[in-house]
Design a protein around this ligand. Structure first.
Ligand SMILES: CC(C)(COP(=O)(O)OP(=O)(O)OC[C@H]1O[C@@H](n2cnc3c(N)ncnc32)[C@H](O)[C@@H]1OP(=O)(O)O)[C@@H](O)C(=O)NCCC(=O)NCCS
Length: 270
């Protein structure tokens, strides 16, 4: 037990938390250092240019800002994902982690989330929806097919996500492999089959398995562990089926999470 009887963290738990914070600080400092370096070299190179008038040098430096920032943002995605791979900081699958008893699985998840948060703050605002943003999520542990576009900064726990081909995630969609309930962080995989589209501002909870060709309506809520039928259009809070269309011929129709066929009987959605 990490928590003492009066609900406060034990000395051991406090040390673990301090170490987690310190190590995250060190790793992120190194990641940012390596990410800024190419941009700094690029910028410094412009400082060396000698032009006939000083104002021309000032204009040149100003022009170099955007390419330098893009270079930094790209390197941040790359080095951040590399650091998470090397440290092994990930979201554990199928875990229940009480926040008042911080242990390593929870602290590893926190450090993974810190890294994702920093990348979305400094790079996500620029690269979201582009193939580079999808590439970052793959580098960071997600399994994503071809032609996947994610126009949201609120897609997290990448190593718990399995998307098929041609999945589209609308803006402001909240989709992650974790939820926090009654002080406990719970995690589970989320699977979206080929050609699934998540409408703007929808919420897709943990453990959801959406069959190929599913459409989730704008502003809709897909509850935990819901199984959505292939080709179905689901809307509302919580979602319900309103239409069913044929699944695109190119879609893989196997509804599985982690390669195991899903049992629909426990799904909260019909
Ligand atoms: C869900 C959606 C695809 C349905 O479009 P459609 O197939 O043309 O169907 P309709 O507009 O005829 O709607 C069917 C029913 O669902 C209801 N409905 C549609 N969208 C809804 C939503 N987001 N929430 C609640 N109900 C919704 C309609 O009112 C209609 O109900 P009714 O039959 O009682 O009149 C569409 O409304 C939608 O939400 N699209 C989101 C697109 C999006 O955000 N894409 C992301 C990338 S930009």
């Amino acid at each position: 037990m990490a928590a003492s009887g009066n609900g406060r963290w034990s000395a051991r738990a406090t040390l673990k938390v301090l170490w987690a914070v310190f190590s995250a600080f060190v790793v992120e400092s190194v990641v940012f250092g390596f990410s800024v370096l190419p941009a700094a070299i690029f910028w410094e190179w412009h400082f060396r240019w000698r032009l006939p008038y000083h104002w021309m040098e000032t204009v040149l430096l100003s022009m170099a800002f955007i390419p330098a920032y893009l270079l930094f943002a790209f390197c941040l995605m790359l080095f951040s994902a590399l650091a998470m791979y090397v440290t092994g900081w990930r979201a554990p699958d199928g875990a229940e982690m009480p926040i008042h008893e911080p242990d390593w699985p929870l602290l590893n998840w926190v450090r993974y989330m810190i890294s994702i948060h920093l990348v979305r703050t400094f790079a996500g605002a620029i690269f979201r929806t582009s193939p580079l943003w999808t590439m970052y999520m793959r580098w960071n542990g997600a399994r994503m097919g071809r032609g996947v576009f994610v126009n949201s900064l609120w897609v997290t726990d990448h190593n718990l996500l399995e998307f098929g081909d041609h999945v589209i995630i609308g803006s402001e969609v909240h989709l992650s492999g974790h939820t926090v309930e009654k002080g406990v962080v719970k995690t589970a995989r989320v699977r979206l089959g080929d050609h699934v589209t998540a409408g703007v501002s929808s919420i897709i909870s943990i453990g959801v398995d959406a069959g190929p060709g599913c459409q989730i309506g704008a502003l809709s809520l897909v509850p935990k562990y819901a199984r959505l039928e292939a080709g179905g259009t689901y809307v509302g809070i919580p979602v319900h089926l309103v239409q069913k269309r044929p699944v695109p011929a190119s879609a893989n129709i196997e509804p599985t999470i982690g390669g195991v066929a899903q049992d629909d009987s426990s799904s909260p959605v019909r």
